[in-house]
Design a protein around this ligand. Structure first.
Ligand code: TPP
Ligand code: MG
Length: 277
């Protein structure tokens, strides 16, 4: 069964709230990564608020579902979701990327409750997630591991080594999601290192592939349920997204991968988000 109308509205409301909090947070600290946080908003929100079993009171509960933010620079959106869940106080968001804060620019497993492996160096997250999945199988555990990859990130060679291993070991308790926004740090993905037919590539590496609009919570939810039903191979959900989604002057612009937001830009962005475009 898909999402009810009520749950869809709740998730969409959270996405709107989280985008607003993201802008408030990044503007106040004058640092951080807006583009890749905004493209991942619906994905992270659907996972944490509809799909994953986690316990903020017991972040290391051994049967919890795991989330690996392979594209670690989208940490601000992860922190916003974790704070809303109750892993740490929301006021702490204002310390993002400051000296001695638990909320570093990239997720730190040692410091931050709810963060699974530390990430930041692109390419490593898929291997970590598959290791968690394989570990769960060996131990007879039922939890799922979800991993969010960037499309620039999958240019890294290690991603494809991991993909082969995922297929070889039939790690079907891992669901990868590709934030396919077409843009990386300094330009369009297809100009910097073309990915070609991404779906065909993952299929040929032995994975199930699903495709969704990565800004529609109901499609994300349905695809995850479908991934749970597919046995014997890992699944990757190719989520078509827009980098900077929701703030028109940031949309599709690599310049907004990571740069400080001016007062005028902040005000324009808030006006647009509040307008509920
Ligand atoms: C190994 C490695 N090389 C380079 C970087 C610097 N870097 C951070 S984000 C990024 C671009 C990532 O693009 P993409 O995966 O498409 O992320 P998104 O568009 O979702 O923000 C780069 C090159 C890094 N973090 N790790
Ligand atoms: Mg990208």
């Amino acid at each position: 069964m898909g999402l009810t109308k009520e749950r869809k509205a709740v998730l969409e409301g959270l996405c709107k709230q989280f985008r607003r909090t993201l802008l408030d947070t990044l503007y106040s600290v004058q640092t951080g990564h807006p583009g890749g946080s905004l493209s991942a908003t619906e994905i992270i929100t659907t996972l944490y608020f509809e799909v994953m079993k986690v316990d903020p009171k017991n972040p290391t509960w051994e049967d919890r579902d795991r989330f690996v933010l392979a594209k670690g620079h989208a940490a601000p959106m992860l922190y916003i979701a974790l704070a809303e869940k109750g892993f740490f106080p929301k006021e702490e968001l204002k310390t993002l990327r400051q000296l001695n804060s638990r909320l570093q620019g990239h997720p730190c497993a040692l410091k931050t409750p709810g963060v699974e492996p530390s990430t930041g160096p692109l390419g490593l997250g898929l291997s970590a997630a598959l290791g968690m999945g394989l570990g769960a199988k060996i131990q007879g555990k039922q939890f799922y591991t979800y991993v969010l990859l960037g499309d620039g990130e999958i240019q890294e060679g290690i991603v494809w080594e991991a993909a082969m291993a995922g297929a070889k070991y039939g790690i079907d308790n891992v669901v990868a999601i590709l934030d396919k926004n077409g843009v990386q740090l300094d330009g369009p993905v297809d100009q910097i290192m073309p990915l070609g037919d991404v779906k065909a590539k993952w299929n040929s590496f032995g994975w199930n592939t699903l495709e969704v609009n990565g800004h529609k919570v109901e499609e994300i939810y349905d695809s995850i349920q479908e991934a749970h039903r597919l046995k014997g191979k890992p699944t990757i959900i190719i989520a078509h997204t827009v980098k900077g989604k929701g703030v028109s002057f940031m949309e599709g612009k690599h310049a907004w991968h990571g740069k400080p937001i001016s007062k005028a830009e902040y005000e324009a962005a808030i006006q647009e988000l509040e307008g509920g475009r």
